[in-house]
Write a protein that binds this ligand. Sequence first.
Ligand code: ASP
Ligand code: MG
Length: 441
Amino acid sequence: MAASSSGTDSRILVRKYGGSSLATVERIGAVARDLRRAREADYRLVAVVSAMGKTTDELAHLARSANPHPPRRELDMLLSVGERITMSLLSMALATESCPAISFTGSQCGIITDTSHTDARILEVKADRVREALTTGKIVIVAGFQGVSLAKEITTLGRGGSDTTAVALAAALGAIRCEILKDVDGVMSADPRLVAAARRHATLDYEQMRQIAVGGCGVVHLRAVEYAARYRVPLFVGSSFHDGPGTLVGEPEMLEAACTPTAATTEIATTAETATDPEPGVHYLPLTMHVQAEVARLAVEVPSELANHWRDEITQATADGGLLAEWLDESDGLRWQAIGTPQLLQPLAERLRPLAPADGVVFIWEDDRACITLTGCRPDSWLAVTDYMSDLLQSFGITDATLLPDGSTLRLVVPAVSHRQLARSIHKALFEPSGIIGNPG
Ligand code: ASP
Ligand code: MG
């Protein structure tokens, strides 16, 4: 089998291994054996790797201990090292398996980006050296999350950006699919470490996957999903620890050609197909739920005459990004609210609080919250859903939650106390087969 008329080469497979799948030298050895087996099955393999374990966090921390506001160019020089460590170790491990392999940085692969350091976008993928190495039978290992800018500087693609490297290479090479291998079994309705009853989606289309990524659940990088949709790269999201069926992402007509034999035989349906017992009038079928502990909420309402000053304070304090979500309404004065980590929001809250005892100002600060995010469903009416969800929360004894709908995402900001139990109860209500909201079909 070789390149088809559509430019796909059914022998080329791109696999991306996440940081926790490569956290130790032992895990790197296991990945090397995994790749050897795939090569024996006659695949031409490109393995895109993340930094080992928490390396990127540690490097970022190191940078900030040298300089609280590190120059972004230098930050990229440092952060890109994490993936280079993994790529070379994996190539060495493959040599012990007698597998010919070669590692490349993003820049060596010709991943050309724009110049926005720490959050660069891929403009072009040349991949000549990758093609050449594949022709000679080598497994190609690529450092994810990085490229080289038009100004010839090393750039990184934003946290989680290795997924985007993998998808971009799969598109450039015409790979049969791009596999995103992680420490979970696929795209799940919730984190199975929190919710034992979490369920796996067998298939999702690009739009569903995009909505899940927009909600911030982090299973696949948003830009990677957008890139895959644009170039119609079939994605497989599954475990690097075992051969499970995982989740296939793409348009239904593409998936048959792209799927793995194990995935083709899975009988597990998507949540939408198996949820039952619909609540009449409430058409709400989220695809995933995820939970962030340690969240703060800051909400302000300021009359027009004070709005400029408050706006400046908020803009300055949030210039570096990092909020979980924010809502802005400037139609009459300024109404702004945001959720984020207490570390991020607290300094802003402290700056604004002394200004709050003025006429017409509302100031709300909550720093002992958790956020339960439901993604992937844009209902006919958010009002009907938030009504329904408020009742549901009340039935679990929660009366002081804030419900924040946004596009196809609903965030429930709830008291941090016992939020884990609450998350399990919500999962049971919304996602488990006997749940009370189901496919209205
Ligand atoms: N190592 C980088 C990060 O942790 C990139 C990635 O893992 O995709 O964000
Ligand atoms: Mg990582």
